[in-house]
Ligand binder design. Sequence first.
Ligand SMILES: Nc1nc2c(ncn2[C@@H]2O[C@H](COP(=O)(O)OP(=O)(O)O)[C@@H](O)[C@H]2O)c(=O)[nH]1
Ligand SMILES: [Mg+2]
Length: 194
Amino acid sequence: MTGTLKIAVVGGFGVGKTTMVRSISEIRPLNAEETMTRPVEIEALADLDGLGRKTATTVAFDFGRISLDESSVLYVFGGPGQERFGFLWDRLFSGTLGAVVLVDTRRVADARHTIERLQADGTLFIVACNDFGGPFRTEEQVRETLGLTPDVPLVECDARDRSSSKYVLITLIEYLAARVSSDGHGCPAPRARH
Ligand SMILES: Nc1nc2c(ncn2[C@@H]2O[C@H](COP(=O)(O)OP(=O)(O)O)[C@@H](O)[C@H]2O)c(=O)[nH]1
Ligand SMILES: [Mg+2]
């Protein structure tokens, strides 16, 4: 395999997208953070452990890079799933092979909008539950809340942990490869630029 591949890490506010891109990237990732000004988001998160103090959210995107072998590079983009940033999606997803949807298991339903958007775009994705501690959710509960079909891989991860984040990316790449070979194509078709 040679060349560059691009995948996206998407999901709701504060689910760990920036953390995941940072933990896997071999370059110091670029990211654009802006002081969060919308009190509604602060209020919505005030009751969540560790998140009540969060004062910045990613408004543009995170960008990281991993060498797969001597001639192949994987670029990872982290992007906001909030509805108000929908205008960034077409740019973010231009040429992506697939996406990781990061989910905070304390507020699984927040990922619905992101998943609907991916499905509408025909972008293949897997779901990764980031480990923020309880409450415990079974795989069935997460699948039901998000309306996931059995073929969509669902994994657990800790975005702060490099090997855990790498495992998530490997799961996505294996899923994409399996889908491509079962569809009988030699290579997944990147999404066209709009
Ligand atoms: N406990 C725990 N905290 C995490 C994990 N991943 C991220 N965090 C923390 O959750 C907060 C939000 O993460 P961030 O990456 O900024 O979320 P983003 O808005 O999706 O980019 C930060 O304070 C992280 O340190 C995780 O796997 N476990
Ligand atoms: Mg972020």
